[in-house]
Design a protein around this ligand. Structure first.
Ligand code: DGL
Length: 271
């Protein structure tokens, strides 16, 4: 069976893992979460551009994936090319779902909810210019929502006040009342879908996870044995509550590795 390595700063990539499972992908999935550097949306671009490819190269040398998924908009809109340059396998990125959002909007007003880094990226500007040039695109960046999603998966009910606060730049914008589609442009945010839906009723929430799952299957071409998704190991760059989250999700083990740069990885004891 082929192996996919899913990468995110934290638990956000689980939204992609769940989409892969729903799509019936015949893959073994390992996961690398750079929890020591979470949230990425507050880290300097230059540092991330060096760290992300280095982390993935170090872990890939041990985990031997057939495909790597940058299940993080903040990383993909910044370091997709750099990561592809150092890995010998295909790398699939996750970028804001602006195109389907623009196609779904009837009012011509769409929202983009992402990390503070992703909302301001040139990559995001290009996506909007290409697919939503004739629309009003309202943008909001929140690192707190990333923390909120981490806490929610660890068992804490999302606080409606924090959710509302993150959506404020959109909902309180003069054109906010006309917004009918909201792009969840951070992989953590689909994990808060219910709370976000309650905070903006009537607004369609769109994310990239299903499209990414389809793309991963198309690129990885898993065998047709049809045994479905199997979860392997979750690796974290720092111990913490996320370890229990990954175990609860069904990963075989969750362990802290790669604490510093240059990274060292203990050999695995085979899945
Ligand atoms: N899940 C990530 C994304 O899709 C980033 C979260 C963070 O800021 O660490 O953008």
């Amino acid at each position: 069976m082929k192996r996919a390595l899913i990468f995110d700063s934290g638990v956000g990539g689980l939204s992609v893992v769940r989409a892969l499972r729903a799509a019936g992908a015949d893959l073994i999935v390992d996961y690398l979460a750079d929890t020591a550097w979470l949230p990425y949306g507050e880290r300097p671009d230059e540092a991330l551009r060096v760290r992300i490819p280095a982390l993935l190269a170090a872990l890939s040398a041990v985990a031997a994936p057939d495909i790597v998924v940058l299940a993080c908009n903040t990383a993909s809109t910044l370091a997709l090319a750099e990561t592809r340059a150092v890995l010998p396998v295909p790398v699939v990125g996750v970028v804001p779902a602006v195109k389907p959002a623009a196609a779904a909007s009837r009012t011509g007003v769409i929202g983009l909810l992402a990390t503070p880094a992703t909302v301001g990226r040139a990559y995001t500007d290009r996506l909007i210019a290409e697919h939503a040039a004739n629309m009003v695109v309202l943008r909001a960046g929140s690192a707190d929502l990333v923390r909120c999603a981490e806490e929610a998966l660890a068992g804490a009910a999302p606080d409606p006040g924090r959710i509302r606060k993150a959506l404020e730049p959109l909902l309180d914008h003069p054109k906010g009342a006309a917004m009918d589609v909201l792009v969840l442009a951070c992989t953590h945010f689909p994990l808060l879908r219910d709370a976000l839906s309650q905070a903006c009723p009537g607004v369609a929430l769109i994310d990239s996870s299903e499209a990414v799952a389809r793309r991963v299957i198309a690129v990885a071409r898993p065998s047709s044995a049809s045994s479905g998704l199997r979860l392997g190991d979750a690796f974290l760059t720092q111990s913490g509550t996320a370890e229990a989250v990954f175990r609860g999700e069904g990963f075989r083990a969750a362990r802290a590795v790669l604490p510093d740069h240059p990274f060292t990885v203990e050999p695995l004891q085979g899945v």
